[in-house]
Design a protein around this ligand. Structure first.
Ligand SMILES: Cc1ncc(COP(=O)(O)O)c(C=O)c1O
Length: 386
């Protein structure tokens, strides 16, 4: 069969691969604790489920959605930005509804780049950026993230000719996989860098509400008052435990939003209206739930970190996301150590190399398993010899 070369460099999605390893072990009767993928274990809160039921029962919510999403959802996103970050957004031009942020991020690459353009992505990072860049036919330039710099890239290290030729630069704070947060100084520099080089600057803020201290939350859009070249992606997957519902948004520069909408209008027909309405309700009524889950993740973090420290494992001191990013014991490679944990202790974790070669030497633990499973995992770590 004649088939596209475009896909030849795209690897299998790492989490699909891990899922199949896990299912295989479970089918052999193993008791596996999955701390691999970051998918919240606590169900969507009941007040949102009830709203969904109500909206599904309403007779006029069955049609196709407007392509940009319903006003109610986009207004709720704008209100969220005003309330939390004092950022003013025109919900008609500067916000778009997404079928989860993953599709929006991937489609953005396709909608604002041409074949051969440079895009700048972090290393390590969420694998979708590189895959989307490859599928779009872009040349990928990777910015190194290092623990000694708190996983903030050094923009001055980006080659000038790359910066001149790049169309898009993406960062992700709070950061997956490391848990690092951005700061004011970095965001100011980043916005300036984009302006100087005429590059679209993107922050993937999937974990913006998952943090130890609410006051540390920052949005990229706070630093681009002109909204000239920055956009931010967000999702309800992690903040309101709605990962399977598939609802997210992009907000910021209207020109970029318009390009994304043009592409999406040709590719998809929006999300089911009751899901968007429930999403709007979550954004406007979900603060207490966010506080509740953050308290739970904090406790779980303490339990796992205590166990890792007992084994003399170095943990990156992060303040965001529900991930723990730690150094594998000396003598091990990331993948090798993750496999050892799986085979000896039945704990599935993600090797740092799943996020790029600079993840070598680290692994990521997700705190999205029940408190009971987290306690068992801690005990298994303590008892493991390596
Ligand atoms: C950094 C990052 N961005 C985006 C997403 C996608 O989230 P969703 O498509 O559920 O909105 C994830 C999911 O794990 C993520 O880790």
């Amino acid at each position: 069969m004649k088939i596209a070369n475009r896909m030849s460099k795209v690897p299998d999605y790492i989490f699909a691969e891990l899922e199949s390893i896990e299912n295989n072990l479970i089918s052999q009767g193993e008791d596996i604790i999955n701390l691999g993928i970051g998918d919240p274990d606590i169900p969507t809160p009941e007040f949102l489920v009830q709203k969904m039921v109500q909206y599904v029962e309403e007779k006029d919510n069955y049609n196709y959605s407007p392509y940009a999403g319903i006003d109610e959802f986009n207004m709720a996103v704008a209100d969220y930005y005003k309330k939390n970050f004092d950022v003013q957004l025109d919900y008609k031009k500067e916000v778009i509804t997404l079928i989860g942020s993953k599709e929006g991020i991937a489609h953005l690459f396709l909608s604002v780049t041409d074949i051969g353009d440079y895009v700048i992505i972090p290393n390590p990072s969420y694998p979708v950026y590189e895959a989307a860049a490859e599928i779009s036919g872009c040349s990928v330039y990777k910015m190194s993230l290092a623990e000694k710099n708190n996983y903030i890239p050094k923009l001055e290290n980006i080659y000038e000719d790359v910066a001149k030729r790049a169309k898009l630069l993406i960062v992700n704070y709070p950061n997956n996989p490391t848990g690092a947060l951005a700061n004011d100084e970095f965001y100011k520099k980043l916005v300036e860098f984009g302006k100087k080089n005429n590059i679209i600057i993107v922050n993937d803020s999937a974990y913006i509400n998952i943090c130890n201290n609410k006051n540390q939350r920052l949005s990229l859009l706070q630093f681009d008052k002109e909204k000239g070249h920055c956009i931010e992606f967000g999702t309800l997957s992690k903040s309101y435990n709605m990962s399977g519902w598939r609802i997210g948004y992009a907000a910021g520069c209207s020109e970029v939003i318009e390009r994304l909408l043009l592409l999406k209008g040709n590719f998809d027909s929006g999300q089911f209206i009751p899901i968007q309405k429930t999403g709007a309700y979550a954004l406007t009524h979900g603060d207490a739930f966010i506080d509740y889950i953050n308290k739970i993740y904090k406790k779980r973090r303490e339990i796992i970190e205590d166990a890792l420290l007992k084994k003399n494992i170095h943990i990156y001191n992060s303040n965001g996301t529900f991930y723990i990013w730690f150094k594998v014991p000396s003598g091990y490679k990331s993948y090798e150590f993750s496999q050892l944990m799986l085979k000896k202790s039945g704990i599935m974790i993600t090797p740092g190399t799943a996020f790029g070669d600079l993840g070598e030497g680290y692994c990521r633990i997700s705190l999205t398993a029940s408190d009971e499973r987290i306690k068992s995992a801690a005990q298994r770590i303590i008892e493991m010899d390596f």
